[in-house]
Design a protein around this ligand. Structure first.
Ligand code: ZN
Length: 167
């Protein structure tokens, strides 16, 4: 019998909000995968700091464009502002038409902020609403400890390369 005793999937909205917008120390930021109707994206939200080096309620959001968390390439998506009334804004370097921008915009409106602003909600059509969505925080492979970002790998706890070696 196979028993999975842990999961990296977070189901409570309050826990998701805290995971994404917690005050971060000297970490690489919050890394998480959104799985929705039309696919999944792995994002990293890294908290910005003021001139004194103190954390401020503003997070730079990047998406894992290719490769792995350890040595892949990340692409800038936009800026998440405010912990109390979160909004996701495009800045120089954003591509508001991209699927990753729309996915994070949807996530901000419908999950982080809650569906409170009809005008903003209209900007981000239901990226995942039909089938709901899943929020996965970054897991690690039980064999090699590399970051797991694919929803299937997070569920099983082992990456595709290690799994294919018969582990
Ligand atoms: Zn592995």
């Amino acid at each position: 019998m196979r028993i999975l005793t842990t999961t990296a999937r977070i189901g409570e909205l309050a826990d998701i909000r805290r995971f994404v917008t917690a005050d971060q120390g000297k970490t690489r930021g919050a890394i998480f995968t959104l799985e929705g109707r039309s696919g999944h994206f792995t994002f990293r939200a890294k908290q910005a700091r003021d001139k004194q080096g103190d954390p401020i309620p503003c997070w730079t959001v990047k998406v894992l464009f290719s490769g792995s968390v350890e040595d892949g390439s990340w692409t800038y998506v936009g800026s998440l502002r405010s912990r109390r009334s979160p909004r996701f804004v495009a800045t120089k370097g954003s591509k508001p038409e991209s699927a990753s921008f729309r996915a994070f915009g949807w996530f901000t409106c419908f999950v982080l902020a809650g569906p409170t602003n009809p005008a903003e909600m209209a900007l981000f059509p239901a990226w995942a609403a039909d089938r709901g969505f899943h929020f996965h925080h970054m897991g690690r492979c039980c064999v090699c400890s590399r970051a797991l970002t694919h929803p299937e790998s997070i569920k099983t706890g082992i990456g595709p390369v290690c799994a294919s070696r018969g582990n």
